[in-house]
Design a protein around this ligand. Structure first.
Ligand SMILES: [Fe+2]
Length: 234
């Protein structure tokens, strides 16, 4: 149980050594082409995604969800060796989630992913509309640096998603912006695995909203994140 009196702990301030934090590479072109084809074919009829706590915006800007089950399973398997090479440990696939297509004016609150299964992950950026403005993902590394990364179609951002605080706090400007989210976890609990799974887990997996202190802005904890009453200015 973690309350707001427990200061937000940067990964750089914890004593749990990790190996990677984040990195950038390219996805196999054939897979990207398949994903782009599914995305472009499905956008016109895609339904809004179920509500996600960390995505903000009006009802009209709720992300669309392009069903992609079979290809997602293929992506999870095809991309696993690349993630294993990056992480240096054998991995088991947890899920490949998407395709999510963010819409105009939405934003993604800074957060960490759940520490049970989302250990070694990637964001595979599939494509965005021609009218999109650059929309960086913001990610904190283990040295405490806050990095902004603008992805091109086919880019894969590897990251330790339950350790590195990440999000897209600026509002998206454009018609749509779509990615696939791929997650793995180590296959055993060996000592080296503990380096990945001893997550600093800023908020923990079981959270209660902190008692409100008059005079302070409220902080609301929800699964995998906390909502801060601030916005990030451009
Ligand atoms: Fe995330």
């Amino acid at each position: 149980m973690i309350y707001h009196s427990d200061p937000l702990r940067s990964p750089s301030l914890t004593n749990t050594p990790s190996l990677r934090s984040w990195g950038l590479t390219r996805a196999p072109p054939e897979l990207v082409e398949e994903l782009r084809n599914v995305l472009h074919a499905g956008l016109a009829t895609a339904k809004p995604e179920k509500e996600v706590d960390v995505i903000f915006g009006g009802e009209d800007s709720r992300p669309l969800f392009v069903q992609n089950g079979i290809l997602n399973g293929k992506a999870l398997e095809v991309l696993r060796p690349m993630h294993e090479e990056w992480a240096g440990v054998p991995l088991k696939g947890a899920t490949a989630y998407g395709l999510r297509a963010y819409r105009n004016s939405s934003s993604l609150q800074m957060h960490i992913d759940k520490s049970g299964t989302h250990i070694i992950s990637c964001i595979l950026h599939v494509d965005h509309s021609e009218d999109s403005e650059p929309w960086p993902i913001v990610i904190e590394d283990f040295q405490g640096n806050t990095n902004e990364v603008v992805l091109k179609s086919g880019d894969m951002l590897f990251y330790e998603s339950s350790k590195c605080i990440h999000g897209r706090p600026r509002n998206f400007t454009g018609s749509w912006y779509s990615s696939l989210f791929v997650h793995y976890h180590p296959t055993s609990k060996s000592p080296i695995i503990a380096r990945f799974t001893n997550s600093p887990s800023v908020f923990g997996d079981n959270m209660l909203s902190p008692p409100h202190d008059p005079g302070l802005w409220p902080l609301t904890c929800v699964p995998f994140c906390a909502h801060f009453p601030f916005s990030v200015a451009d």
